[in-house]
Design a protein around this ligand. Structure first.
Ligand code: HH2
Length: 257
């Protein structure tokens, strides 16, 4: 899954694809490079961010979706049912909701009506404050219980179970140690019986693990190492900014598996 952030403030690529032209070109390039899905988002969820209005989010993503949603396999990264409705109406095939249908429960029905694929992600707290002091008893058990509950909710709202993938939400209300624990015990999440999607690309935990305690992003080298480890542990979908490099690395990992 290639990331196309149509935002001025995303943590690693804010402003890069803010114009519709640049975002469209990035999406086309990512699919050429081997992405199976492009995830288009108009609202940053980086730690500390406040969210954007419906009008502003639509203003950012609709011109991009009008150009690519019927042509490329597009996921819409949103927590708002109205944005999802517009995106799916324009031909998007997937909804990626970092609140797992908690911010706007109507989103589940919109996804169901369009028979869309859905990603349900775990987050502790909200983006503005989630990295202040995240705490868990057993992070893996708590994330798994949450995802199982949200899976049941989505199915109860009419989303077909075979349309749903689950995401532990790396960096969303989690310390480096929490993120590492999740990756070490991915089998617990896989046992929920749905494909697991994971976003490790450029995340600050990887920069910290690679040796910079003050890192706010992670380098490509660390992103690829983490992606390969996650793939080998059973992750199905990797959400990444650098598609070509990940496709190459994963092709080699697969050949050696
Ligand atoms: N991470 C980000 C955004 N959306 N969605 C899923 N399912 N999983 C993730 O790990 C995930 C996500 C954050 O990365 P990015 O889109 O690059 O930044 P921002 O939220 O600042 O736009």
């Amino acid at each position: 899954m290639g990331v196309v952030n149509v935002t001025p403030d995303s943590f690693s690529d804010g402003g890069v694809h803010l114009g519709a032209e640049a975002a469209v070109a990035a999406a086309v390039r990512m699919v050429d490079e081997g992405a199976a899905i492009v995830d288009v988002g108009g609202e940053s969820t980086r730690p500390g961010s406040d969210g954007v209005s419906l009008d502003e989010e639509l203003r950012r993503v609709v011109p991009v979706l009008e150009r690519i949603a019927g042509e490329l396999p597009v996921s819409i990264d949103t927590v708002k049912s109205e944005v999802a409705r517009r995106a799916l109406g324009l031909g998007a095939v997937m909804v990626n909701d970092v609140t797992a249908f908690r911010a706007d429960p109507e989103l589940a029905g919109v996804a169901a009506d369009h028979d869309a694929y859905v990603c349900l992600m775990h987050m502790q707290g909200e983006p503005r404050t989630m990295q202040v002091d995240p705490r868990y008893g057993d992070v893996v058990a708590e994330v798994a219980a949450f995802l199982e509950e949200r899976l049941r909710f989505a199915v109860a709202q009419g989303v077909r179970e075979d349309r749903i993938c689950l995401d532990p939400g790396i960096g969303f209300g989690k310390t480096v140690a929490h993120n590492v624990e999740i990756l070490r015990r991915l089998d617990v999440l896989l046992a929920l019986g749905r494909p697991v999607l994971i976003g490790l690309s450029r995340k600050s935990s990887l920069g910290k693990l690679a040796g910079d305690p003050a890192a706010t992003t992670g380098p490509l080298s660390a992103s690829i190492a983490a992606a390969v480890a996650a793939y080998e542990r059973g992750v199905t979908i990797l959400r990444v900014h650098d598609v070509r490099e990940h496709v190459e690395a994963l092709a080699v990992a697969r050949a050696l598996a």
